[in-house]
Design a protein around this ligand. Sequence first.
Ligand code: G4P
Ligand code: NA
Ligand code: NA
Length: 194
Amino acid sequence: MKVLQERIRQEGLILSDTVLKVDSFLNHQVDTELALQIGQEFKRVFGHLPINKIITIEASGIQFAMAAAIALGVPFIYAKKKKAVTLSEAVYSAPVHSFTRQEEYLISISQKYLGSGDKVLIVDDFLATGAALIGLVDIVNEAGAELLGVGCVIEKSFQEGRSLLEKRGIPVYSLARIASMAPGEVHFIDNNPA
Ligand code: G4P
Ligand code: NA
Ligand code: NA
């Protein structure tokens, strides 16, 4: 997605070899026009599939899951992050290991809103190590729902997330794929359709 690549080049802050900050338009302050365009792009890629629900994880996946949900005309659910297991209702949950924070946390979705009839698209802001996304995949499987694909806004292709998902046979599409980056220099990979 050209307009997204340009914004990353112009406004992305490369904090290290592996961390890209996009707080001015995606991750803290949000350019809503761009977010809606991102939703339309996910519709272009996944719109031919019989998706009836989109899921993501709080916090920074929410605006893109919502944009995609608006474009596809379906609801979205964001998994909640919980430390404790004291939950007031029946949930599907999965542990996620955070490499950045070196801790384990639980993500959960109420059993009321996801089940065996659902055909799901997962949407998130970053595809990095894939740890959080694999947690969501586990939840979809636990619910007996069908996973039709994973759509991410930015993929750091030099990390292992994509291959972990593809190993499970999941179609992955990212709107901007970064092969490598250094201050003042971002190299993108050309996209193939999902
Ligand atoms: P993932 O590949 O499945 O996202 O999992 P990973 O455990 O690698 O990423 C941990 C968190 O860090 C995720 O946010 C992910 O979006 C974010 N992240 C990974 N790499 C980058 C990066 O280069 N830049 C930025 N800005 N974020 C990155 P999260 O746990 O979902 O938390 P939240 O920020 O959405 O609340
Ligand atoms: Na994030
Ligand atoms: Na995220």
